[in-house]
Design a protein around this ligand. Sequence first.
Ligand SMILES: Nc1ncnc2c1ncn2[C@@H]1O[C@H](COP(=O)(O)OP(=O)(O)O)[C@@H](O)[C@H]1O
Ligand SMILES: [Mg+2]
Length: 210
Amino acid sequence: MKGAFITFEGCEGSGKSTQIRLMADFLRARGAEVTITREPGGTPLAERIRGLLMETCEETIAPLTELFLYEAARAQHVQQIVLPALQRGAIVLCDRFYDSTTVYQGVGRKLDPATVGLLNRLAAGAVRPMHTYVFDLPAAEGLRRAWERGSDDRMMQEAVTFHEAVREGFLALAQEEGDRITIVDASRPIEIIQEELRRHICGLPFMENR
Ligand SMILES: Nc1ncnc2c1ncn2[C@@H]1O[C@H](COP(=O)(O)OP(=O)(O)O)[C@@H](O)[C@H]1O
Ligand SMILES: [Mg+2]
């Protein structure tokens, strides 16, 4: 695959979407083809699954059901959007990917990590993030930012302790996969974070000839 798959992870309100937009501007100005996408979602069907996952439901969604819905959306997104873009040589900036499932479903919902890992690999197929930025922020601050933005989805209604466990889960994952994952201190001003990201991405091997 000629392209580059870069993922952005972290709690709600940590600044992923903001930084992706700025990063896309930077890369496009250098002449790169950039695809911005997100999970769950990214295709019409996957966005409909996203809707099911985000809206408050009249019944409790069982953790395993939730996992399958995320993976179903992922399989569709990978086949329809991510793979074709990478085959064209695009840089794909993805707002959440399977690390979110590892952490929200594995740590937050306490599903068996081996099960989550297996389904993540099945849904992603040959697609692996080339690099991942984890935006780290106290959960309460992220939730405050997201509320201010006007969001109130099903996951956000979980207790702050759930979101703190998710934060710790991301940090542990970053420790395990230090070569792939960079932790970004998301408490700083937007411009400072973007500067750091631009400097970092320019040092990645795929940027050599771009
Ligand atoms: N570094 C930052 N400092 C303060 N506010 C921020 C920062 N980054 C983003 N925001 C604001 O916080 C809210 C959530 O940011 P967003 O990029 O949507 O986060 P995410 O996509 O991770 O949920 C938005 O209103 C955004 O303008
Ligand atoms: Mg976002």
